[in-house]
Design a protein around this ligand. Sequence first.
Ligand code: AMP
Length: 380
Amino acid sequence: MAAILPGATLGILGGGQLGRMFAFAAKRMGYRVITLDPTPDSPCGQVCDEQIIADYTDESALRKLAAASDVITYEFENIDAHAVEFIESLNKVVHPNSHVLRVSQDRLLEKKFLRDAGLGVTPFASVNSLSELEAAQESIGLPAVLKTVRGGYDGKGQAMVYDAAGAQAAFARLYRGHALIWEKKVDFTKELSVVACRDQQGTTAVYPVSENVHVENILDIGMVPARISERAAKLAREMAESVGRSLGIVGTYCVEMFFVDDENILVNEIAPRPHNSGHYTIDAANCSQFEQQVRAICGLPLGEAGFIRPSVMANILGDGKGNSLLGVSDALRIPSLALHLYGKPIAAAKRKMGHFTVLGGTLEVALHRAQAARAALYWG
Ligand code: AMP
C-alpha cells in the first residue's frame, strides 16, 4: 500500500493525553489530526485540527471520522471493539486492527494468546460463578489476584486475594455478571515494560526496557535503562518483539512484564497503543513512541528506538487540593528536565495531569533530579 504522506489526515479514537502527544508528533510532521471523544475540549482536541464530540458508539460520528481520515488509530484500549470493526466495515484502515484490540481488551483472550505464543504468563482460570471461584482457588491456589476480564485499568476492577474469605468478598464486589479471571499472584522483584513499534512490513523497533514503580496500582515512575542484567533485558525485548509478531500488530504497543529473575519474566498485559511508561521516548530517544505510531500507521519507515541518556519519567497526579500546578519555576531549574502537562482543568485525586522526564549522565543522577522535581511541584 502507498505511504500516507504529510498533508493527509490521521484520525484518532480517544482524545486523552496519549492522543494529545500523538497529535503533537503528527502535527510536527505536517499531518492533520482529527479526534473523536465525548468530552469537549479534550487534551487531544485542544491541539489537533478538529474534535468530533460524540460517543464511541455513535455510528454517524464514526462515519464522519472515517470519511475525514486517511487512516485511523486509537489511544486507549477500553473503547468498544465494535467501533473499530464498524470503521473497518466502511473499508477504512485502522491500526492496530480490531483483532488486536479484541485480544488486548480481554484479559482471558490475552493470556490464552500469550500462552499459545509460548510466552510466560502466571497460571490463570476463568471465573463466572462461585463454584468456578472455588475450583480456581483449588487448582491455581493462593495468593491470587481476582480481576474483571474487561474494562479494568490502573488497578480498577481487581483485588488481591489471600484466603478463602477474601476470595468470596472479592467475588461479591467484582462479579456483577462480568466475567472474572483468577491469576496466581506473581512474586516479582521488579515490574518492567517494553515499548515497541511494528510497521506494515513486520519490521519492529524495540525500545530499551523500562523499570516501573507503581503506587496504588498507578504508574509512579519509569526508569530507563531498567536495572536488570543485559541478558534479562535482551529476553524482555525479544518477548516484546514476539508479542507484536504473533499478534500482527501495526503501530506502537507496550508489553508489561513481571521480572522474577533472569530466566523468569512473565507477561502481565499488552497495551496496543503508546504507553505511559514510554513517555520518556519523547525526550530521551531519537524517535518518540508517538512519532513511531505516526510512521507505522502511515506506512513510513520506522525511526531509531535507542535512548540518548538514562532517564526517569514521573507521573504528575492530581491530589484534589487545587487545580494549579505550583513550583514549576523551581522544577524547571533542574537540568535536563522536560515538563509535560495535559491541559486538564480539574486536578482530581489520582488523575494523570502530566508528567516530567529528567535525564542524567547516569540513572542515579536522573533519579536525584526526579526526587528534587517531585519535592518542588505541588497543587494549589
Ligand atoms: P494490571 O491492571 O493487570 O496492570 O495490574 C495492576 C498492577 O497490579 C500491576 O502493575 C501489578 O503491580 C499488580 N498485579 C496485577 N496482576 C498481578 C499478579 N498476577 N501478580 C502480582 N501482582 C499483580
